[in-house]
Design a protein around this ligand. Structure first.
Ligand code: ASP
Length: 298
């Protein structure tokens, strides 16, 4: 069977990130060439994407509303059912590598301070993922939340956040923000599938907010029929169990291209969403916004 590698830098991420998606796919191919299975390749690609500060994952992640906190989610899944995730992990360079370690425990998800302590115990060094660009995005998003920004990139999300929460739910220690995820799906030459994803979360996030990425079947899913990775507004993806829903269509014999389109069509246009899909008989990428991505097959 031929291998397939698909990578993405997040729905609505800058299009100039496509070069980085291509390098991440090369990294995954290197893992396969070295004898690694699909899972190792998906993890290698996602770690590479986390290291690109243009993407909202790992270094370059979004700041939470307080302008100081970064809490990251990541998950990995293989077609034999292995799954590991971290939620709200702080100050690590590659959350996806920590998620991969969770697979070695009896647990599926480790969250918050426990996830950070778990990472330290395993030797993941303290790393500050804050970048100047993330601070600048936070400033624009906060202005939109206050209603004084006029920044169309953020206006819809700011209005939605206001409607959902308002400041009475503020849960940061200090007084005082769009989304994006990176991810990969892989089929190896033995027909094994894997998916991995990592995110700094949506712009307007309270402390402790967990998105779709670490929820099995929401942000990612893999099984004997294929692998799926999603990006977009996490709460909306989780409500529709997007990755598992698309996977079930693959299992029913729906072609990957059709399954990917149907997955995106489940969302109204105002909700940004994208999916990577690989099955036994093909692969597809679909999104309703610009999404830097890359694919390799051979
Ligand atoms: N799904 C991610 C989250 O809500 C963000 C994204 O993919 O854009 O955490």
């Amino acid at each position: 069977m031929k291998y397939v590698i698909l990578t993405h830098g997040g729905v609505a991420a800058p299009q100039n990130g496509a070069d980085s998606c291509a390098r991440a796919a090369d990294e995954a191919l290197g893992a396969l060439d070295a004898g690694g299975e699909a899972l190792a390749a998906a993890i290698a690609a996602t770690a590479r994407l986390e290291d690109d500060p243009r993407f909202n994952a790992g270094t370059g992640s979004n700041l939470r509303l307080d302008g100081r906190t970064i809490e990251m989610d990541a998950a990995v899944m293989a077609s034999d059912g292995r799954f590991g995730a971290v939620a709200c992990v702080e100050r690590v360079k590659n959350p996806v590598l920590v998620a991969a370690k969770v697979m070695e425990t009896p647990h599926l998800i480790i969250a918050g301070a426990g996830a950070t302590a778990f990472a330290r115990r395993l030797g993941f060094a303290d790393h500050d993922p804050v970048t100047e660009a993330a601070r600048e995005r936070h400033g624009r998003a906060l202005a939109a939340l206050r209603g004084d920004g006029g920044d169309s990139d953020y206006t819809n999300d700011a209005a939605r956040f206001h409607a959902l929460t308002a400041t009475r739910f503020w849960n940061f220690d200090a007084e005082p923000v769009e989304c994006d995820t990176v991810g990969a799906v892989v089929r190896d030459t033995h027909g094994r599938f894997a998916a991995a994803a990592s995110t700094g979360g949506s712009t307007y996030s309270l402390r402790g907010r967990v998105g779709d990425v670490p929820l099995m079947g929401a942000g990612i899913y893999a099984g004997p029929h294929g692998a799926v990775a999603a990006t977009g507004v996490g709460e909306e993806i989780a409500r529709r169990l997007l990755a598992r829903t698309v996977y079930d269509w693959l299992a029913d014999g729906v072609a990957p291209a059709r399954a990917a389109q149907r997955g995106v069509a489940m969302f109204p246009d105002v909700i940004a969403v994208g999916v990577l899909v690989v099955g036994r008989n093909g692969q597809a990428i679909a999104s309703n916004r610009n999404m830097p991505s890359a694919q390799l097959a051979g």
